[in-house]
Design a protein around this ligand. Structure first.
Ligand SMILES: [Zn+2]
Ligand SMILES: [Zn+2]
Length: 398
C-alpha cells in the first residue's frame, strides 16, 4: 500500500515542485499572504474541494468529505507566511521581493499539503471529514490564534489537529516526534527599575536603580536553579539593557530597563517563571529603596503533543518511510511554534520531517538563515505522510 501510494504521488512531483518554487519566489509576510492564498484557493477549487477564505485575513480552509459515512473530523494544517529577511540564494526561484524570503520552508509546507489534498480529492477513501487549513502569520504574529479567535473551530468543528515542519539537519525525508512537550512557550518580559539617580560622586544623596538591576540579572538564574523542578527544562535570558548616557559616566541614572525572553514546556512552569521574575524584581527593588515596573507578555504557549495522536502520526510516518526512519522520542526544541494555539484547543500532533544535510559540517542551512531552501526532494514524502495519516485516522489503517 505504501509503495503504491508513493508511486501514485510521484506523478505530482513536478507540479508540486513548480508550486513550491512559485511560492518561494513570491514570499509574503504576516497577514499579507494574498497571492499565496489565491494560489492555494485556486488549486483546491480546481480539484473540487470547497474553500472558505478570510479567517485571519488570508487564511484558507478547504473541506473534503470521505466517501464513507463517519462523524469524525480532523484538521491538517500548513503555514503560508515568509520572513522579513534578505535572501542570499542565487537560484532561479529566489525571492523577487527585496527583504522578504521563505526562509522557514512554509512554501514547502503549503505545497505538501496541497499535494495531499489533490490525491485525497481523487481518492476520498475515508470515513468522516477533513479540513485543510492554510494559515497566515506563523512567524511571530500568531496567525493560528487569530483564526481561532475568529471562530475557526466553531465553523469547522474537529476532533484532532495535525501539523508538520521541516527540519534541516534531520536526515532527508525522515520523521521525528515526541509525545508531550515538543516545543517551548516563548514569552517576553521587561523590568524597569527606578530610583532618584544622582551625582556619581555622591551616591548617598539618592537611590541608585543600577544596584537592584545588577542583582536582579544574576538572581534570575536562581529561578532555573532553585525554583524549576530539576527534571524540567526552562530558560530565562536577558536580551536588552538600557540606562544612562554614554557621555555621562559620572551620573547615576534614575531608570534602568531590562528586557528578556522566557522559555518553558509546561503551563505550570510558565506560571512559575512569570511569577518569580516579578517577585524578584519587586523584592530586590524595594531592598534598594527603588521601585520596579514589571511586565510579562505571553506570546506562544508550549507545544504539547497528545499521546494518542502522536502514536497515530508515528504510525503514518512509518507507513510512509519505514519504521527505521522514524524517531518517536526526539529531543524537545527551545524554539516556539504557533500551532501550539491549536493544540491548546484540540488534541493533536506536530511532526518534523527531515530537510537533510548536517548543521555541524555546514552541508545544510538552518531555517531563518539567508541561504536556506526547502528541499524539493521531500515534497512527495511529506504529501504521502498526510495521505497515510488520513488512512490511519479515518481509514483502513487505524
Ligand atoms: Zn520560522
Ligand atoms: Zn516555520
Amino acid at each position: 500500500m505504501t509503495r503504491d501510494l508513493l508511486k501514485d504521488m510521484q506523478a505530482y512531483r513536478d507540479d508540486l515542485t513548480a508550486i513550491r518554487r512559485d511560492i518561494h519566489q513570491h514570499p509574503e509576510t504576516a497577514f499579507e499572504e494574498n497571492r499565496t492564498s489565491d494560489v492555494v484557493a485556486a488549486k483546491l477549487s480546481e480539484w473540487g474541494i470547497p474553500v472558505h477564505r478570510g479567517l485571519g485575513k488570508t487564511g484558507v480552509v478547504g473541506t473534503l468529505k470521505g466517501n464513507r459515512p463517519g462523524q469524525r473530523s480532523i484538521v491538517l494544517r500548513a503555514d503560508m507566511d515568509a520572513l522579513n529577511l534578505q535572501e542570499k540564494n542565487t537560484f532561479a526561484h529566489k525571492s523577487v521581493h527585496d527583504g522578504k524570503m521563505h526562509a522557514c520552508g512554509h512554501d514547502g509546507h503549503t505545497a505538501m499539503l496541497l499535494g495531499a489534498a489533490r490525491h485525497l480529492a481523487k481518492h476520498p477513501d475515508f470515513a468522516g471529514t477533513l479540513h485543510f487549513i492554510f494559515q497566515p502569520a506563523e512567524e511571530g504574529e500568531g496567525g493560528a490564534r487569530v483564526m481561532i479567535e475568529e471562530g475557526l473551530f466553531e465553523m469547522f468543528p474537529c476532533d484532532a489537529v495535525y501539523g508538520m515542519h521541516n527540519m534541516p539537519g534531520l536526515k532527508l525525508g525522515e520523521f521525528a516526534i515526541r509525545p508531550g512537550a515538543m516545543m517551548a512557550a516563548s514569552d517576553t518580559w521587561s523590568a524597569v527599575f527606578r530610583g532618584t539617580g544622582g551625582h556619581g560622586a555622591m551616591p548617598h544623596m539618592g537611590t541608585d536603580p543600577t544596584m537592584p538591576a545588577g542583582a536582579f540579572i544574576t538572581t534570575t538564574q536562581g529561578i532555573i536553579g532553585r525554583n524549576v523542578n530539576p527534571q524540567h527544562a526552562a530558560v530565562v535570558s536577558v536580551g536588552h539593557i538600557a540606562a544612562g548616557s554614554y557621555g555621562s559616566p559620572n551620573v547615576i541614572p534614575s531608570e534602568v530597563t531590562i528586557r528578556g525572553t522566557a522559555r518553558s514546556y509546561t503551563p505550570e512552569d510558565r506560571d512559575l517563571l512569570e511569577r518569580r521574575l516579578g517577585e524578584i524584581a519587586q523584592g530586590i527593588a524595594s531592598a534598594h529603596g527603588c521601585t520596579a515596573e514589571y511586565h510579562y507578555l505571553r506570546r506562544y504557549p508550549p507545544l504539547r503533543n497528545a499521546p494518542e495522536q502522536t502514536a497515530l502520526a508515528l504510525k503514518a510516518a512509518a507507513l510512509t518511510v519505514g519504521e527505521a526512519k522514524t524517531d518517536g522520542d526526539v529531543e524537545p526544541l527551545t524554539g516556539a511554534e504557533d500551532f501550539a494555539f491549536m493544540l491548546e484547543k484540540k488534541p493533536g500532533a506536530y511532526i518534523l520531517i527531515g530537510n537533510g544535510g548536517s548543521i555541524s559540517d555546514g552541508s545544510c542551512h538552518y531555517v531563518h538563515t539567508p541561504h536556506y531552501d526547502f528541499n524539493d526532494q521531500i515534497l512527495v514524502t511529506g504529501a504521502a505522510y498526510w495521505v497515510n495519516l488520513v488512512d490511519v485516522e479515518l481509514g483502513d489503517a487505524r
